[in-house]
Design a protein around this ligand. Structure first.
Ligand SMILES: C[S@@+](CC[C@H](N)C(=O)[O-])C[C@H]1O[C@@H](n2cnc3c(N)ncnc32)[C@H](O)[C@@H]1O
Length: 325
């Protein structure tokens, strides 16, 4: 099965921010925890021959494709790819990458969240309503650790379904869709993408069925977030990545959903108020793609990049400022 080419979002902005503080003439280590098609990882490798990359992905297709590309480009001495959910990376990094901590830690860590074009284009993975396929949606489809979309659709209560459709998908007709799914599954379990699409389509008022956005978009997105527990995993990861950075090292996160961006923004703010591992937020407002990038890759339109830097000591706020007003 071939791997669909993935267009890397905000590539130059990420590479620029991650590598800004790298010391010229020294080896620098980077972690790309969402390897995908390897676009960001390889760009780091091309930028400087002294850059080393440690990557993770939980998708077997991405890993297989990645290993083949690493061999093809003869980069195996400069990049290591780990088969794991990135939530486990802080726990395994010291053991798996001791060389990085001998060099005081990572110069940069990147998370480019969500799924890749490959997921949407591969009918058998069940991420897209464009093709008939099984309702799966697990990024790691070889593991039983996560429920499939089919299991969720056929076992969650009407209230649970309504909650995820409205919270994760901001779907206006979440109640109607949840009620209809529960009716339909009494007759026969809902097992394919097209069966689910058909149910959702008929829950939409006639005049809204052929709009710019397919009626299934929001429910499919909500199910994907629920299947892969994407928000939970993100929340459990961010704070633990900061101690892996060297002083001056940067953490860059690209999100594609307002709920994800809120988590990144809030956890960055919390980190900036903590004294344990002082950090400075470098993006008061998130970096977003320009018109040209959006024109070339419409998926990039919702991307938001936030960056923080680990610093040695917290800058004191000017406590005299008030006195001299
Ligand atoms: C948006 S794509 C990354 C694309 C990549 N930056 C590129 O330029 O090719 C996200 C990738 O991260 C992986 N991924 C998402 N969440 C993950 C997690 N919690 N742990 C490990 N990999 C994850 C997905 O399987 C997917 O391959």
């Amino acid at each position: 099965m071939s791997y669909t080419r993935h267009y890397s979002v905000l590539k130059q902005e990420c590479i620029g921010n991650l590598t800004d503080n790298a010391v010229v003439g020294e080896v620098s280590y980077f972690a790309d925890l969402t390897f995908g098609g390897g676009g960001h990882s390889f760009e780091l490798l091309y930028t400087n021959p002294l850059f080393q990359v440690r990557s993770t992905d939980q998708d077997p297709d991405a890993l297989r494709n990645g290993e083949a590309r690493i061999a093809e480009e003869k980069m195996s001495s400069r990049i290591k790819l780990f088969n794991t959910n990135f939530v486990r990376f802080p726990g395994i990094a010291k053991e798996e990458c001791p060389e990085v901590f001998e060099a005081d830690g990572f110069q940069g860590i990147l998370l480019d969240l969500g799924v890749s074009s490959h997921h949407f284009d591969e009918a058998g993975r069940g991420f897209s309503f464009r093709f008939e396929g099984p309702l799966d949606m697990r990024m790691n489809h070889k593991s039983d650790a996560f429920l499939t979309a089919e299991e969720i659709v056929n076992t969650y209560s009407e209230e649970q379904l309504m909650k995820i459709f409205s919270e994760y998908g901001e779907e206006k007709f979440s109640k109607k869709i949840a009620v209809k799914i529960c009716e339909e599954r009494k007759i026969k379990p809902v097992t394919t993408t097209k069966e689910l699409e058909n149910i959702i389509f008929h829950c939409y008022p006639k005049e809204m069925r052929y709009g710019k956005t397919n009626p299934s978009t929001r429910v499919f997105q909500a199910l994907r977030l629920e299947v892969n527990r994407e928000l939970e995993v993100l929340t459990d990861t961010i704070t633990h990545l900061i101690p892996l950075l060297k002083i001056g090292g940067r953490l860059a996160i690209i999100s594609f959903h307002s709920l994800e961006d809120r988590i990144v923004k809030n956890l960055f703010k919390e980190a900036s108020q903590s004294q344990d591992f002082p950090v400075e937020i470098l993006t008061k407002k998130p970096i977003v793609p320009g018109e040209e990038e959006i024109f070339n890759n419409s998926r990039s339109r919702s991307a938001k990049l936030r960056v923080l830097e680990r610093i040695s000591v917290k800058k004191e706020k000017n406590k005299y400022k008030q006195d001299f007003r």
